[in-house]
Design a protein around this ligand. Structure first.
Ligand code: NDP
Length: 280
């Protein structure tokens, strides 16, 4: 159940993953990054989401190590995610990219490794590499990101192991109805990136009205909506007070009516690239 920041969901391979984690996209290497990761873990976050392309794995690793030491937290209690970038998709290249992420992070293993984008003609070989890493016990769970239904269907045709996660853009303006049902039917856990629509939803009047009713912020209402929809969420903030605010979503419950109201804000609107039409 979702009781607190350490509450987890069980992935299709039996691994437990926290419902809420910290995202660090666009946070550059440096003290602000290290401090944000430390603040989150010390506050009770157990899940951190980074990627090779973010160029910040060294600082994320430093923040993790310092927080573990200062707060006496074991590595097994944390859940660390990274992602293989598009230029590294290929069997050998993806294995090497995994090694490089581990070495930058200063970790022995990752909890979750994802294919960052579904580059046509390339993701199947990369998936075989992830399967090898998984079978060798080098990573606890493997998955994909930005995969549409047809990408998942295509991947699963040849896959020996089904993805445990699909991490996609998901927020009240992009509620991903069909993809969400598909993932549910196939026991692939959906995870939301840009859950706050990169901050663009926080002034929304309708969400503000809902938030007022519960005495919560708009950010908290959106994140709670993710959880009640069974979607893992990883809001990004470098501000300690917002890191705490975003985690304070376990003491209230949105009514069915408010859940539907939020769903009705959908416009199939993306703030990030379209997985069916990207050129990187
Ligand atoms: P978010 O939707 O999490 O929004 C982050 C923005 O909202 C930042 O500007 C942050 O500012 C602000 N913010 C956060 N909390 C609050 C709050 N409580 N009140 C007011 N403002 C707030 O965007 P992201 O794009 O960062 O997505 C989250 C994570 O998802 C990423 O960090 C990354 O880990 C992952 N991601 C994955 C992608 C993929 O392709 N797989 C693509 C994009 C993101 P401040 O820091 O100043 O508080």
């Amino acid at each position: 159940m979702m009781k607190n920041l350490q509450s987890t969901t069980t992935l299709n391979n039996g691994i437990e993953m926290p419902w809420l984690g910290l995202g660090v996209f666009k946070v550059e290497e440096g003290q602000e990054l290290v401090d944000a990761v430390k603040a989150a873990i010390k506050h009770g976050y157990r899940s951190i989401d980074t990627a090779a392309i973010y160029g910040n794995e060294v600082g994320v690793g430093q923040g993790i190590r310092e927080a573990m030491e200062e707060a006496d937290i074991a590595r097994e209690d944390l859940f660390i995610t990274s992602k293989v970038w598009n230029s590294e998709l290929g069997y050998e290249k993806t294995i090497a990219a995994y090694e490089e992420s581990l070495s930058k992070l200063g970790l022995e293993y990752l909890d979750l490794y994802l294919i960052h984008w579904p580059v046509e003609g390339k993701y199947s070989d990369a998936w075989r590499a992830l399967e090898t890493l998984y079978k060798e016990g080098r990573v606890k769970a493997i998955g994909v990101s930005n995969f549409q239904i047809h990408h998942l269907e295509n991947l699963m045709k040849d896959a020996k192991i089904k993805p445990m996660i699909n991490q996609v853009e998901y927020h009240p303006r992009l509620t991903q109805k069909d993809l969400k049902s598909f993932c549910k039917e196939n026991n692939i856990q959906l995870e939301a990136w840009s859950p706050l629509m990169q901050g663009q939803l926080l002034e929304n009047v309708e969400l503000q009205e809902i938030a007022n009713k519960y005495g919560k912020s708009v950010a908290q209402v959106i994140l709670r909506w993710d959880l009640q929809n069974g979607v893992i969420t990883i809001p990004k903030s470098t501000k300690a007070h917002r890191i705490a605010e975003n985690a304070d979503v376990f003491d209230f419950e949105l009514t069915e009516e408010d859940m539907k109201h939020i769903e009705s804000l959908n416009q199939n609107h993306r703030v990030g690239p379209d997985p069916d039409n990207f050129d990187f």
